[in-house]
Design a protein around this ligand. Structure first.
Ligand SMILES: C[S@@+](CC[C@H](N)C(=O)[O-])C[C@H]1O[C@@H](n2cnc3c(N)ncnc32)[C@H](O)[C@@H]1O
Length: 260
């Protein structure tokens, strides 16, 4: 889908702004939320390094399923990515991905200690790299409840790496829907390819402003068993801290897997 061609939008769409403010704020607004994100960024870096190793140190094209307005995960995965196709279900998120200044993510760069020497001394350079990568292709539409999930213009076979961060687990309210959505994404992972995923686990839901969003309440074991039964091999897994004051119940995992 062609995005609206217009001057830089100063106002972010409703979902986009609420989501960014609550989950990916520009500056540290709560010590706990910021720390949770720092641990998450370390986890993404580990997943990216596992995938980079799988491909013998060569970065590969990545297809990200529902990026939201969030570029921090890509920032942490950059070392394993040669080019990227971002996507989202929500038009405002796709516009935000296209139009937001990458300097929004400035305060997340110093968290990249596993993949860059002294990232805090190279913030502009690393942000410039992020900007070039994310600007190579327009974000596309995706709908996990559709089949196929991407429009036919997206050549899904061209991506050795597929990623999906907090999506199937954040939109499905029951396990049947969850596995249907996750299964469609796993079908995009080609033989010899890699899959990076984060998901909320042991959770009854997550808040978005005043709304309670669904979660299928899956455990790490339920997810990894499903991946293994779909032919994936888990290469790396990281787990969150668990605190009751966060905007979601339970915890999260980040994993890297490959399809043999
Ligand atoms: C919790 S957010 C995760 C966003 C981002 N990947 C991240 O890690 O912050 C869930 C995303 O799923 C998207 N979404 C909602 N309904 C969807 C659907 N039917 N198919 C695919 N994505 C959907 C939303 O627009 C939102 O960006």
């Amino acid at each position: 889908m062609k995005l609206r061609n217009q001057a830089k939008r100063k106002v972010l769409g409703g979902f986009t702004k609420v989501y960014l403010d609550q989950y990916w704020p520009e500056t540290p607004e709560s010590a706990l939320g910021w720390t949770d994100n720092a641990v998450l960024m370390l986890a993404y870096q580990d997943a990216g390094l596992a995938v980079l190793k799988h491909f013998g140190g060569k970065p590969m094209p990545l297809l990200d399923v529902s990026t939201g307005p969030a570029l921090a995960p890509l920032l942490a995965l950059l070392t394993c990515v040669s080019e990227v196709q971002l996507s989202d279900y929500n038009l405002d998120n796709r516009l935000a991905l296209q139009e937001m200044d990458v300097s929004y993510w400035r305060n997340y760069v110093p968290m990249l200690t596993k993949i860059y020497d002294e990232p805090y001394n190279h913030v502009d350079e690393i942000l410039g790299y992020l900007d070039r990568k994310k600007s190579q292709k327009l974000p596309v539409n995706v709908d996990l409840f559709n089949d196929p999930i991407f429009p036919p213009t997206v050549s899904v076979d061209n991506f050795p790496i597929v990623s999906m961060n907090f999506v199937a687990d954040s939109i499905a309210s029951n396990r049947q829907d969850y596995f249907a959505c996750l299964g469609k994404v796993l079908n995009l992972v080609r033989s010899g390819g890699a899959f990076i995923m984060s998901a909320v686990v042991d959770s009854n839901g997550w808040s978005l402003g005043q709304e309670l969003e669904p979660s299928p309440n899956v455990s790490e074991k339920i997810i990894t068993d499903f991946l293994v039964s779909n032919g994936l091999v888990i290469k790396n897994i990281s787990r969150s801290m668990r605190y009751s004051d966060l905007s979601y119940s339970g915890g999260w995992i980040v994993l890297a897997a490959t399809k043999e």
